[in-house]
Design a protein around this ligand. Structure first.
Ligand SMILES: Nc1nc2c(ncn2[C@@H]2O[C@H](COP(=O)(O)OP(=O)(O)OP(=O)(O)O)[C@@H](O)[C@H]2O)c(=O)[nH]1
Ligand SMILES: [Mg+2]
Length: 440
């Protein structure tokens, strides 16, 4: 039997109400030992009013809800105690519950129990965190779709098509006498394989779009010293965050800030001016800037309109070639460069850059309202599943025997399943038996 666990579900700070959560087989018994009412024999969900007591001493007046398994978040008997939000009271109640047999929950343990008890799949478990951590309402909306199971459903047709194909191959090999069965040959595998490959590719593309909305875009502001990188950061943030001076080499550390435009969060990273320097401290900053460039999704290379392109700019342009930087002329109040992106950071005129950034991100409107498999784990597994499908198509083209081709298909199926977190063995046999009366 698993331990009964307890944890504070609301932030550990002073508030009007706090919620303490208990889950596990003995939840009702343990809470009954400290509550003014006996909950041991409860058969359905209910709300109770009463007192938490330490022997005869009243600790707090509370409302609690009991959930009877399997109808709770974790799938176990659970109790939520709503007490007054004083840290003293919260600690006293939790300590009391521990003294009566509960154990402090580890991080994510309630969700992991929900997953183990089949209340949620892995995609939903990940979504819980994403909903809590979302920094824009668009990102939250996407995560909420995953939590509601809409994202999991994206995999249903893929799973079914793969299971169909696998089941057909299996039956063709093992039960050749079975007459009703569709013949699976090399051509069929190639045709079905291509369809699967296209479906997965679409999911990957949509996932990558969703990831941009959910995770945001890292934008590095780079350039030689004094071109106005920090001024640009401040203008975009509409805040005096970074130090701006006319001394070259002002910025040393990375200065960060977020802006959200039309639902897309940009993580802006102001960097040290890059040039040949003898200064030890400045060089540390320049190295940090170079690392920031490597990790950026978009690099904005800022040039000084007045000074024009010089050797330092040319060197940077050359180093950044692979990153395809957005090249921006700052200080347009001094000089305007026709045909280029012009801004004036100092005067907060940055529209042309914002327009170019949005164009570069290029997210379709549907991406905001469409469920997608959009975290690194999900996208990585989709890519792995795709590689196996392509291998199966290749194997079929090379006339490999069906049972060998099906090895890659099965691997792809298992990978798809592991995105949801299903049990591979039972799942495929269930799929097969659902389709055929083999072995009846
Ligand atoms: N005329 C004009 N001056 C600007 C503009 N933007 C920035 N400056 C000036 O350029 C100088 C350098 O600005 P910063 O923002 O500190 O430049 P930086 O690129 O961050 O410089 P480092 O941190 O030293 O690499 C300051 O004197 C700014 O006031 C602009 O749009 N027009
Ligand atoms: Mg600076």
């Amino acid at each position: 039997m698993l331990d009964t666990i307890v944890a504070l579900a609301t932030p550990a700070m002073k508030s009007a109400i706090a919620v303490i959560r208990i889950s596990g087989e003995e939840s009702f018994e343990i809470v009954s030992k400290v509550f003014s009412k006996n909950l041991s024999n409860l058969k359905q969900r209910d709300v109770h009013y009463g007192y938490i007591k330490d022997k005869e001493k009243v600790v707090d007046e509370v409302i609690l809800i009991n959930y009877v398994k399997p109808h709770s978040f974790t799938g176990e008997n659970s109790v939520e105690i709503m007490c007054h939000g004083s840290l003293l009271i919260i600690n006293e109640i939790i300590e009391l519950l521990i003294s009566k047999g509960a154990r402090l929950a580890t991080k994510g343990e309630f969700s992991s129990r929900a997953y183990m008890n089949g209340r949620i799949d892995l995609i939903q478990a990940e979504a819980i965190n994403d909903v809590i951590n979302a920094t824009s309402k668009e990102a939250k909306a996407l995560s909420l779709m995953s939590l509601q199971g809409k994202t999991t459903k994206l995999l249903t047709p893929l799973k079914a098509a793969l299971a169909d194909l696998l089941a057909n191959i299996e039956v063709n090999i093992d039960y050749p006498e079975y007459k009703d069965i569709e013949v699976v040959n090399k051509d069929k595998i190639i045709i079905e394989g291509e369809k699967l490959h296209n479906q997965i590719k679409k999911l990957i593309n949509e996932g990558e779009e969703g990831a941009k909305i959910k995770e945001g875009i890292n934008v590095a502001l780079v350039g030689k010293p004094n071109v106005g990188k920090s001024s640009l950061l401040n203008a975009l943030l509409k805040e005096d965050k970074a130090i701006v001076t006319d001394v070259a080499g002002t910025t040393r550390d990375i200065v960060e800030g977020d802006i959200t435009i039309k639902g897309i969060t940009f993580h802006l990273l102001d960097t040290a001016g890059i040039h040949q320097s003898e200064d030890i401290v400045e060089n540390i900053g320049i190295n940090k800037a170079k690392r920031t460039i490597d990790q950026a999704d978009i690099v904005v290379l800022i040039l000084d309109s007045e000074r024009g392109l010089d050797q330092d700019d040319e060197a940077l342009l050359n180093d950044l070639k692979e990153k395809k930087p957005l090249v921006v002329y700052n200080k347009m109040d001094v000089k305007y460069h026709q045909g280029a992106i012009n801004i004036s950071a100092k005067n907060h005129q940055v529209d042309e850059l914002i327009f170019a950034l949005m164009k570069r991100v290029n997210i379709s409107d549907e991406s905001f309202s469409r469920p997608s498999l959009n975290n690194a784990r999900q996208i990585g597994l989709l890519k792995k599943a795709d590689i196996d499908i392509l291998k199966a198509i290749d194997d079929a083209r090379s006339d490999l025997p069906l049972d060998l081709v099906s090895v890659s298909l099965l691997s792809s199926y298992n990978t798809i399943l592991s995105i949801i977190g299903g049990n591979v063995d039972t799942d495929l046999s269930k799929e097969i038996f659902a389709r055929f009366c083999v072995g009846k």
